[in-house]
Design a protein around this ligand. Structure first.
Ligand code: WQD
Length: 345
């Protein structure tokens, strides 16, 4: 039987590259599109080493509708799109809101237009727990009312979800919105991981950079929050667990099991850990003493959020296989491998 072909936008990025590996291993054909403004094309090499497959790659800005459309004329047999392409740093979005709204919303709008024009049957959207805003209730489930987003990044995800509901209603395209909590860690092989082009903004890569000496120390952004130790609480999910959830969501959509035009799933592990607890976990797993200092709060941060993922377990038959120790071990291995390749710091 002919394999179903899926377009992965943002496919050279962190979650995108891990998801492409899972898709290929699940028997899908994959086409990758990315403008590589914050990812490294070398992740395609990691995908090839892991799967033996060289996937068609389009280095294209998805905000450029005309250049993006050639993907669809070259591949009229696409069964679905998994849309990762977006900028995703909460702190950076506060400093550069115009860039975030233009990049995240224009690229999404172009992909939605392609879904309608080329009758793409499935559309999976990389959403985020940041859509819940600074919620007082934890864990959050998919019925938890959304509060005002705490950052322009979170607002692009709230608006993105609304755009999908409006544009795909009464269309042939069914959609699933996956609300990621905090993706972290790296592929167990050590061949894939987070390799942003700019200095990483997220906590776990910032920890491994400080641990290996790429940065002098880690700054803890705020220790005066109303949490058990004063630092922010998040729900850290291993990137491979997250990638696998995308395959299960795609299988679910393509099997015709979803009745709704659009449905929503939380993807976290249901455990809230503070920044200081994450640092402690890193030191315990790796035996490396982390240089860090206590700093001011970062604008755009919410105090605490972690997930109720029972809907994904029930419908998608998904559950996390990895915990925070696996996140720390794989993230550290990846950082060491990466630093050996680019011993320039
Ligand atoms: C986590 C905590 C920081 C860096 C992320 C993604 C977003 C979305 C949700 C998927 C915060 C603190 C960080 C540092 C620190 N995921 N921190 N020092 O902001 O929760 O958002 O998950 O869509 O895309 O960005 O993650 O890792 O930036 O921050 O103290 O050097 O770590 O203040 O409390 P965030 P993060």
């Amino acid at each position: 039987m002919k394999k179903k072909k899926i377009l992965v936008t943002g496919g050279t990025g962190y979650i995108g590259s891990h998801t492409i590996v899972e898709l290929i291993e699940a028997g899908y054909d994959v086409v990758c599109a990315d403008n590589c403004i914050n990812s490294d094309e070398s992740s395609l090499q990691g995908i090839h080493e892991l799967t033996g497959v060289k996937i068609p790659f389009y280095r294209v800005d998805l905000c450029d509708r005309e250049h993006s459309e050639c993907i669809f004329t070259d591949h009229p047999d696409l069964s679905g799109i998994i849309h990762f392409a977006a900028l995703k740093a909460v702190g950076e979005s506060v400093e550069k809101p115009v860039l975030y709204f233009r990049n995240n919303l224009n690229s999404l709008l172009n992909m939605l237009e392609m879904c309608l024009k080329y009758n793409i049957s499935s559309f999976i959207f990389s959403s985020s727990c940041t859509v819940y805003g600074d919620t007082e209730t934890c864990p959050v489930d998919e019925q938890t009312p959304l509060k005002e987003a705490a950052s322009p990044y979170g607002r692009t995800k709230q608006m993105g979800e609304e755009m999908i509901c409006d544009c795909l209603a009464n269309s042939k395209t069914q959609s699933i919105l996956l609300r990621y909590f905090n993706p972290a860690g790296a592929h167990a092989s050590g061949l894939l991981g987070e390799s942003p082009m700019n200095a990483p903004q997220n906590l776990v890569p910032a920890i491994t950079e400080a641990a290996i000496g790429k940065r002098q120390e880690l700054t803890v952004f705020g220790t005066d929050y109303p949490t058990r130790d004063g630092s922010c609480v998040r729900d850290y999910i291993h990137v491979s667990d997250l990638a696998r959830a995308h395959v299960l969501a795609l299988n679910y959509l393509l099997s015709g099991k979803q009745a709704e035009a659009v449905d929503i799933y939380n993807l976290g592990i249901g455990q809230g850990l503070s920044v200081l607890e994450i640092i402690q976990a890193f030191e315990q797993v790796t035996g490396v003493k982390l240089p860090y200092r206590m700093g001011d709060r970062r604008p755009g941060d919410v105090v605490a959020i972690y997930s109720d993922y029972s809907k994904a377990s029930k419908n998608l038959k998904w559950k996390p296989n990895f915990g925070v120790e696996d996140i720390m071990r794989t993230a550290w291995t990846w950082e060491q491998n990466r630093s050996m390749k680019t011993k320039s710091y």
